[in-house]
Design a protein around this ligand. Sequence first.
Ligand SMILES: Nc1ncnc2c1ncn2[C@@H]1O[C@H](COP(=O)(O)OP(=O)(O)OP(=O)(O)O)[C@@H](O)[C@H]1O
Ligand SMILES: [Mg+2]
Length: 236
Amino acid sequence: MLRVEDIHTYYGPSYVLHGISLNVQEKEVVSLLGRNGAGKTTTIRSIMGLTPPREGNITFLGEKIARRPPHEIFCLGIKLVPQGRQILPTLTVEENLKLALLKADLEGSQKETLGRVYEKFPILETRKKQPGGHLSGGERQMLAIARVLLGKTNLILLDEPTEGLAPLIVQETKDIILDIKKEGVAIFIAEQNIKMALETADRHYIIDKGKVAFEGSGPELTESRDVMESYLGISA
Ligand SMILES: Nc1ncnc2c1ncn2[C@@H]1O[C@H](COP(=O)(O)OP(=O)(O)OP(=O)(O)O)[C@@H](O)[C@H]1O
Ligand SMILES: [Mg+2]
């Protein structure tokens, strides 16, 4: 459903992605692994239209999306959960969700839609009157994910969802990802936590210095000791 072909992305004069190609199929969970500064966020920003690639093509459900504005890409059903879970700290949990509903331009009653969110994330209902800024890291992650599930969502881009979370919350986040996967939504997840990637994704890419260094299944990855060591710093 998503096809990224030989994209080259820059921040001003700084050349960051040197020809990345990858794809995500319908209902698939795909991970993007790589060290700090490898280009994971830049890949996600390129797909979402936030830092458009200077060269190369991106198609989604057969439509060209490279260099189209982010809101158009959003309307096609690609939703971003950014690194650092940027929720609005001064708005309450419920206000954060209502704003996402507005953006998603949803039909149907707000109450019903919010009800479904609270069913999936009960913790958000108990916290609904609290400002987003008062939530714990895990709760912010839930809110950030809940927001993107409102409205039409075909593909979720998750940028390092477990960064800085306690192990128990990492586990909870993993369960939520598997839950969303069961519903048939495709997920592209940038991670440094290899365990998390192996437990959630069907297929993996590793990027290094803005290039794809590996592509394969979980077993292919764990069996490639060189790859694990060179690009992820994991020695077997
Ligand atoms: N706004 C920016 N302006 C200039 N250079 C940037 C900018 N953002 C990132 N870079 C550079 O681009 C390269 C790739 O960064 P990117 O954020 O995509 O890496 P990452 O894989 O997401 O890393 P991390 O795991 O730390 O989030 C790095 O060398 C980084 O310094
Ligand atoms: Mg990043």
